[in-house]
Design a protein around this ligand. Structure first.
Ligand SMILES: [Zn+2]
Length: 362
């Protein structure tokens, strides 16, 4: 634990230096651009200078160019970058709406946001004038990523498509341009092998455009569902059909977690690690359906992924299946809690890996 703390402190310090170096670089770049020094050196633009002389990939150069130009207009952007409050990737979005006049109120709204979250803020501040609500099915030849840039995205966009979506964008990582560089510079040999996650483009505060690559099998099922519901819900849109299907899934998952609508009159007596449905419901409601594991920072994990019922005092140590002794934990934290109580040796011998932990116990 102490070693992990020391390693983590070192990482935090390195990260602060990364933020600070990035901030300093961009402030200097803004000054460089203000003096048009790139022109003196014979380059056609700041972008050309960054790409050709500093050897940054096109995407990395574009991010830095946009950031430097915004810093020229709003110097506070440089500070926010240096302190790690703003991501380089979300700057591209912020630059659409932040001005010298409004930055004091608008800029803080982008603090700590990923690019996708920043896109949502932009959509709220600058809603799409006529959000397209049509469904387009276009056949794909090879790379799934081609479909994402469909004709429907009529949003005004900067010439920067790289890394607009994907797991790397989920966290605020100003240094994630490495990821972008990789996609831009060394495109994987077989792009079709790694399907991109569905792309979401915010249009207004409430509307999103959702690009999704699906199989022909999926489309046949969608048509079959349309036909099957043609009497009950004539003219249902694709969104309505898919949402109805998702509702069914969620209802099923809620039942499995004990969130059924009607509580049983006489709850079964708690036996060993069995958690009665009324306890599950109460715990689920109290914990708001989120992992309650407390992180070293003092915050709770809050994950809604792979949730399980975790006995705070384990059943093996006499813990009861009561509302007070059961909490929601994500699978990873359920396992971490168990390892803390039983120790790694015991867990490796009796519950190696994730699969052997029963879903209900902790
Ligand atoms: Zn968790």
């Amino acid at each position: 634990m102490n070693t992990a703390r020391a390693l983590s402190a070192n990482l935090a310090s390195l990260l602060r230096r990364e933020h600070s170096a990035l901030g300093a670089f961009l402030v200097a770049l803004a000054d460089f651009d203000r003096r048009r020094a790139w022109m003196t050196l014979g380059h056609a633009s700041l972008f050309a200078y960054l790409h050709r002389e500093l050897r940054l990939s096109k995407a990395a150069a574009q991010y830095r160019k946009v950031a430097a130009e915004l810093i020229e207009e709003v110097p506070a952007v440089g500070e926010a970058l240096g302190e790690g409050r703003l991501c380089l990737t979300s700057i591209v979005e912020a630059a659409r709406v932040v001005t010298a006049q409004n930055w004091e109120t608008v800029l803080p709204r982008f603090f700590g946001l990923s690019r996708r979250e920043a896109m949502e803020v932009v959509a709220e501040l600058q809603p799409h004038p006529a959000p397209p609500t049509r469904t387009i099915v276009s056949p794909m030849r090879t790379a799934p990523s081609k479909v994402a840039a469909g004709p429907a995205s009529a949003l005004p966009t900067l010439p920067l498509e790289v890394g607009a979506a994907g797991p790397a964008e989920e966290n605020c990582t100003p240094g994630s341009s490495g990821e972008l560089t990789m996609r831009e510079g060394r495109r994987p040999a077989a792009p079709a092998a790694a399907p991109r996650p569905a792309e979401v483009v915010p249009l207004t505060a409430d509307l999103r455009r959702f690009h999704l690559t699906v199989s022909d099998r999926f489309l046949r099922k969608l048509q079959a569902a349309k036909d099957a519901l043609s009497h009950a819900r004539p003219g249902a849109t694709e969104e309505e059909l898919l949402e109805a299907g998702l509702d069914l899934l969620l209802e099923k998952a809620a039942k499995r977690k004990g969130l059924v609508a009607k509580p049983r009159k006489t709850p079964r007596p708690a036996k060993s690690d069995h958690i009665p449905a009324h306890v599950k419901r109460a715990v689920m409601e109290r914990d708001g359906g989120r992992c309650q594991f407390r992180l070293p920072s003092g915050e709770i994990c809050g994950s809604t992924h792979q949730l399980e019922f975790d006995h705070i005092e384990p059943v093996a140590l006499g813990g009861a299946s009561t509302v007070d002794n059961v909490r929601i934990a994500c699978r990873r934290h359920n396992i971490i809690s168990a390892r803390r109580v039983f120790g790694d040796d015991w867990m490796d011998r009796y519950a190696p890996g994730k699969a052997s932990l029963p879903a209900e116990t902790g």
